[in-house]
Design a protein around this ligand. Structure first.
Ligand SMILES: Nc1ncnc2c1ncn2[C@@H]1O[C@H](COP(=O)(O)OP(=O)(O)OP(=O)(O)O)[C@@H](O)[C@H]1O
Length: 372
């Protein structure tokens, strides 16, 4: 990370997005293949369903961060809940170290959550207000590590609080949640997850409810966990700039499907899919894009009756007949980058996608800065 001329930690460029990942060539610790989640819609006839997630595959490697970005309702949280096995998938597979990890009972689920932990968006809601930090962390340690007592327990508590930079630990261990700031509470929630000694963290918008002044501190903590503990992290965010800053790879979702994926620097600075181009133009808030694009080119698609073919085609200035009938697979764009866009099918040897920003008359933005 470079610092601003004022000496602050302001982010002015990607710190190490192209850092050779220590474990990038190892097999993924957690793999999802063809995940699909359709929620039944109550009150509608004909067994209508919300197509929340369709055909999403993700590989999470130890020591690497994958960001999942997209506007509200695109299916990001559903993917995190599927990977955490908080909801069952309609179809698809979850593999932990290459083995089917679908937890069929309480014991199997317990073994799974020891390896795969989740951090939620709301540090105010996720900690029980009547329990101290000591109680919360002790409970998690005992669930996952057995009955620690006495000096052993105190050492484990000290280590957890130090790991999340709540030091000296004695200052925090007997506090109640209301005595802590939002950032400190999120650190306690992260410590609670670490008590399981997990290999994977699923972080669902972990900074979006925090004051902008402390967001970078939490991202840096998560990066420290990636580097020191070699934890695989799925980072869900609305904020493309933070994906560029923090994630090795970025996946972009639109209406339940992945539309583009690749190394974060390329995806955020040279977006290939027309939707990603629009998303970047609206950085840092994709919902701003949603409003703008709706104004310009019709409504966001219904997930009960999603558009046939490419779900983005009703908004896409480059849509051709094929886009209206056939779902585009993720097609290679360059250097391991893929876009689910028929414009990259190379049927005539070159991509057919131009600048969607010019087509929309939108102001290009840059995913360059992250709120501190
Ligand atoms: N339990 C549920 N029952 C019915 N529909 C659901 C359920 N959970 C999510 N959905 C729907 O699935 C779609 C995807 O929702 P999801 O929360 O995964 O999106 P998201 O990208 O995480 O949005 P946000 O950024 O607002 O959290 C939405 O249309 C949502 O209304």
């Amino acid at each position: 990370m470079r610092t601003s001329p004022h000496g602050s930690d302001e982010l002015v460029g990607p710190p190490d997005a192209r850092r050779p990942g220590p474990d990038a060539d190892e097999p993924p610790v957690l793999r999802a293949v063809g995940l699909r989640k359709h929620f039944p819609v109550r009150g509608l006839r004909n067994h209508a369903v919300v197509h929340a997630v369709d055909d999403v595959s993700i590989d999470l490697h130890r020591g690497r961060v994958v960001a999942l970005v997209g506007e509200s309702g695109s299916g990001k949280s559903t993917i995190a809940r599927l990977l955490a096995q908080l909801v069952p998938a309609t179809s698809g597979q979850i593999l932990l170290h290459g083995t089917d990890a679908t937890a069929t009972g309480r014991r199997a689920f317990g073994r799974y959550v020891r390896r795969v932990q989740m951090i939620f968006q709301d540090p105010f809601g996720s900690l029980n207000p009547i329990h101290t930090v000591r109680y919360t962390l002790t409970r998690s340690l005992r669930i996952h590590q057995g009955r620690l007592r006495g000096a052993e327990l105190e050492a484990a508590l000290d280590e957890l609080l130090t790991r999340v930079q709540l030091t000296p630990p004695a200052r925090y261990v007997d506090k109640f949640p209301h005595e802590l700031s939002g950032g400190q509470r999120q650190r306690v929630a992260i410590a609670r997850a670490l008590a399981a000694d997990p290999e994977v963290l699923l972080a669902d918008e972990p900074i979006s409810m925090l004051d902008v002044s402390i967001r970078l501190g939490i991202l840096n903590l998560l990066r420290d966990l990636r580097d020191r503990l070699h934890i695989a992290i799925l980072y869900i965010t609305h904020d493309i700039a933070s994906a560029r800053y923090f994630a090795d790879r970025t996946m972009v979702m639109y209406a339940g499907r992945v539309v583009e994926q690749g190394d974060s620097e390329s995806v955020t600075q040279d977006p290939a899919h027309p939707y990603t181009q629009l998303l970047i133009s609206s950085a840092p808030d994709p919902d701003d894009l949603a409003a703008r694009a709706r104004g310009a080119r019709g409504e966001a698609p219904s997930l009960v009756r999603p558009p046939a073919g490419c779900r983005f085609h009703p908004r896409c200035p480059f849509a051709v007949d094929l886009c209206r009938t056939e779902v585009p697979p993720l097609l290679p764009v360059s250097d391991g980058r893929e876009a689910a866009c028929w414009g990259y099918s190379q049927r005539d040897g070159r991509p057919e996608v131009g600048s969607v920003l010019e087509a929309y008359g939108a102001r290009p933005g840059a995913a360059g800065e992250v709120d501190r």
